[in-house]
Design a protein around this ligand. Structure first.
Ligand SMILES: [Cu+2]
Ligand SMILES: [Zn+2]
Length: 227
């Protein structure tokens, strides 16, 4: 777990003390990215960022909690908790809950504990960029479009669902029952380190695991950044 160790260390040292960074993307938009807990700056993972001890609300930042006592049976340090926020074309909104990701022998297990989702199935993907901000796409601002396309390290350019040979970031859909409860899903092809510097995106509708680019799953409704 090469990237996880410093994150855990950082959180233990100074939870919530985070810096900001302004990056210029290819279209010239300034994106403010929630970057890293301050101590991570010292490990040299980020350059050129100004620590900001009093940042505004915390859209989509990651938290890496100490192992929960009740989970002591699981391997400590193989799990991260991603804070999710609602997203619209106007920007990043309120907290939408968390998704805890655990690396197991079967792949990554995603345990969503999200609020405000309609019952039914929701497309769920790892997107390329660590940002949940809106961006102009097809001439108008769209929710979480700064997250970019689905994580596709093998350059397949194919949306094929979790068991296909397309985007590695094509995760199983999140299913929400009538009480709002959600099942955990397993991505057999992924490791925790694949998530570094990416975002998790939950979409409005079901994913058909076939149609480019996002399986007809509609707009992003929740998003979280993993650093
Ligand atoms: Cu997506
Ligand atoms: Zn895809």
């Amino acid at each position: 777990m090469p990237f996880l160790q410093p994150v855990v260390l950082a959180l233990n040292l100074q939870p919530g003390n985070e810096g900001s960074c302004y990056l210029l993307n290819v279209e010239g938009d300034i994106m403010k990215l929630r970057i890293l807990p301050l101590p991570l700056l010292a490990v040299g993972l980020v350059l050129g960022c100004n620590p900001d001890p009093n940042p505004p609300s915390a859209p989509g930042s990651i938290s890496t909690p100490a192992p929960v006592p009740g989970n002591a049976g699981q391997h400590a340090g193989n799990s991260i908790t991603v804070r999710m926020n609602t997203v619209t074309a106007e920007g990043v909104g309120d907290s939408a809950g968390t998704i805890t990701v655990t690396e197991t022998a079967d792949g990554l297990v995603f345990k969503p504990e999200l609020q405000g989702l309609q019952a039914g199935e929701h497309g769920f993907h790892v997107h390329q960029n660590p940002s949940c901000e809106p961006a102009i796409k097809d001439g108008k601002p769209q929710a979480a479009a700064s997250a970019g396309s689905h994580f596709d390290p093998a350059d397949t350019s194919k949306h094929a669902g979790p068991d296909g040979q397309g985007h590695l970031g094509d995760l199983p859909m999140i299913r929400v029952d009538n009480s709002g409860n959600q099942q955990q899903v397993t991505a057999g092809r992924m490791k925790l380190e694949d998530l570094k510097n990416r975002s998790l995106v939950v979409h409005q509708q079901a994913d058909d695991y076939a149609t480019a680019p996002s399986g007809n799953s509609g707009s992003p409704i929740a998003c979280g950044v993993i650093l």
